[in-house]
Design a protein around this ligand. Sequence first.
Ligand SMILES: NC(=O)c1ccc[n+]([C@@H]2O[C@H](COP(=O)([O-])OP(=O)(O)OC[C@H]3O[C@@H](n4cnc5c(N)ncnc54)[C@H](OP(=O)(O)O)[C@@H]3O)[C@@H](O)[C@H]2O)c1
Length: 250
Amino acid sequence: MLDTVIAQTSHRAVRTREQNMKAAMIKYYQAPIEVGEVDAPALKNDSVLGAVRAASINPIDDILRSGAIQDMMPLTFPHTMGYDISGEVIEVGRDVTRCKVGDAVFSRPNQTDAGAIAEVARVKESELAMKPETLSHAEAASVPLAGLNAWQALITRGKIRAGDKVLIHAGSGDVGTFAIQIAKHVGAHVATTCSGRNADLVRRLGADVVIDYKTEAFDHRKTFPMKQAAAAYEELANGHSVGKIVVLVS
Ligand SMILES: NC(=O)c1ccc[n+]([C@@H]2O[C@H](COP(=O)([O-])OP(=O)(O)OC[C@H]3O[C@@H](n4cnc5c(N)ncnc54)[C@H](OP(=O)(O)O)[C@@H]3O)[C@@H](O)[C@H]2O)c1
């Protein structure tokens, strides 16, 4: 997971919003990513400005860069890359009540505010959380997008409960590693697919059943009712992109 963290900014003086800042950006679809100067974001009443200490990159960044989903999620250029931020609050909007200058926070900002791989980022108060002291900025920046994706699939939409049987495809990936832990936290019985080299990893995270997708077809196991699997997957896929997570409620 942590190998997705690609940028950890230095602790040098933070630029103010009146100035330009350095950011990793693209200037058109399929463009190479370049580091250059862009306008620093302006503060809004419901938001904070944060000095980015760490940011991570996810599959969505490259999908957006390719232009493949420009009808659904159009970009404006120059587009600053990155959705996952951990940093320090340097300025607070008028309506912000939960945090103050100097707080360490982490976030997955909305589409308009996205732009994590930069010196300064703007984040809505409603879209940030206090960074736990037990996590470094690099660790915190690896959590929001993948972690929220797993949470939304399992909890918000899947509504899993203790005792449910859950099958998580790609349990060794960014989303899957969160999904296994969330499902176990709820008290579900978890089966997951991954390659053999990652079997120990997913077991350590709590998986009860591990299926090596390279040597075994997961539907050969009779642990889950496949009709329900298909129905649950359809429902999830129709609502949102949930990657490879399949939730089974038996
Ligand atoms: N990361 C995010 O924030 C995010 C957010 C929304 C949606 N998504 C979507 O969720 C999916 C997974 O993303 P990710 O970030 O978790 O990817 P990732 O970290 O690259 O992990 C992908 C995993 O897929 C596994 N895999 C490959 N082929 C497989 C197969 N045939 N059956 C089962 N597992 C297989 C690999 O397991 P082994 O290495 O063990 O072979 C690898 O661990 C993608 O479709 C992505 O677009 C991701």
